[in-house]
Design a protein around this ligand. Structure first.
Ligand SMILES: Cc1cc2nc3c(=O)[nH]c(=O)nc-3n(C[C@H](O)[C@H](O)[C@H](O)COP(=O)(O)O)c2cc1C
Length: 366
């Protein structure tokens, strides 16, 4: 279904139809979702982490539900970049989708190889997943050390002319330091955040639930952490920030935009509502209509003390424009009448949020 007014956003030199992208690993290559939405209506499709050769992923139980979220230990199973280029990319082009390829590797050379093979393919951008274990550093994820994060970013930067987003791990002491390190190493933008490391135990079996023992926590449970990190990173770097973590509704997404993100990604929500990314985009539109906001840029950084992006360009947290009336985009909603009462805030909705709300209501443990 087409959106009924202009929600476009610009970052890394690309104008996206709207600020809502799918999150890597939660949308496959889009095929399963095509029956319920036109992929070209999304801001972008970020595909599953793609490696130089096919990866088998982890054995055992790979996914389990948690209060307000889920844990996954898929182990980055994917058919490899050649399969993507031969099978999925032509199909995605037929759909008219804007495609960003999330790339993974166990060594810097493997990341570089994927980037090289995607050069000239026509994909819109690369997103570097630096949460992968670095086999040369005893399996420590690239993104958990400043040197590792900078090294892989710099090497891929040299190997590609495509816009390069680096997706940061929250499992670090200072995500701001990692963001600055990848900015200095040549990243064009950062995606904040990947999953938080967690675990779950099956007390009857007296064993960890996940075959891999640990997994990545995602969904509404991580949203406050993700939002805090987006806020911190957006205040510390000049490159654009893409916000992600627990977004279920349009107003969740607006929070990330107001924290300084120029675009958002929707992941776990797709498992409970396959149309979630489009619903989130429409929800942002509804919020803009209700509150008389003409352009997405007016929301970017709007909750920050230094002011939002507003009508200005450049840094996502530039001082320009907060509160200044911006010219309405074609088809944009009419601004609210002066003195009009602001609409009451909407409650978070969605199966995960409902589940968490019921859980908290019925539990005396919190
Ligand atoms: C099942 C699953 C698979 C994922 N696979 C990837 C992946 O291949 N590459 C990546 O960068 N992130 C991957 N992620 C992380 C998500 O893209 C996202 O960063 C995280 O889930 C937080 O967003 P959410 O709460 O909206 O899901 C995966 C997440 C899930 C739940």
């Amino acid at each position: 279904m087409a959106l009924d007014f202009d929600l476009s956003t610009e970052l890394c030199g690309i104008r996206f139809k709207n600020p809502v992208w799918t999150a890597s690993g939660c949308f496959g290559y889009g095929r399963e979702f095509a029956p319920v939405m036109a992929l070209r209506d999304l801001g972008a499709v970020v595909v599953k982490g793609t490696s130089a050769e096919p990866w088998a992923g982890n054995p055992g139980t790979r996914v389990t539900e948690t209060p307000g979220g889920m844990l996954n230990a898929i182990g980055l199973q994917n058919p490899g970049v050649d399969h993507f280029l031969r099978v999925d990319w032509p199909w995605l082009q037929e759909q008219g989708a804007t495609v960003i390829v999330n790339i993974v590797g166990k060594t810097v050379d493997e990341y570089v190889e994927v980037a090289r093979r995607l050069e000239g393919s026509g994909v819109a951008a690369l997103e570097l997943n630096i949460s992968c274990p670095n086999v040369k550093e005893g399996g420590l994820a690239f993104g958990t050390s400043l040197a590792g994060a900078a090294a892989v970013t710099a090497a891929v930067r040299k190997a590609t002319s495509l816009p390069l987003l680096v997706k940061l791990s929250p499992n670090v002491t200072s995500i701001v330091d990692v963001a600055k390190a990848v900015e200095d190493a040549g990243a064009d933008g950062v995606t904040v955040i990947n999953t938080l490391l967690g675990m779950s135990i099956d007390v009857r079996r007296r064993k960890p639930v996940l075959g891999n023992t640990f997994g990545g926590l995602s969904g509404p449970a991580v949203k406050p952490v993700a939002l805090r990190m987006v806020w911190q990173v957006a205040g510390a770097v000049k490159i654009p920030v893409v916000g992600i973590g627990g977004i279920m509704t349009g107003e969740d997404a607006v929070e990330f935009l107001m924290a300084g993100a120029r675009a958002v990604q929707v992941g776990t929500a797709c498992f409970v509502n396959p149309r979630a990314p489009l619903d989130v985009a429409e929800g942002i539109g509804a919020f803009m209509r209700e509150t008389g906001v003409g352009r997405v840029a007016e929301l970017v950084g709007a909750a920050r003390p230094e002011g939002g992006l507003g009508a200005g360009t450049g840094s996502a947290v530039g001082a320009a424009g907060r509160g200044a009336p911006a010219p309405a985009a074609p088809g944009a909603p009419a601004p609210a009448a002066p003195g009009a009462k602001p609409p009451a805030p909407k409650k978070a909705v969605g199966p995960m949020a409902d589940y968490l709300r019921d859980f908290l209501k019925d539990s005396d443990r919190f």
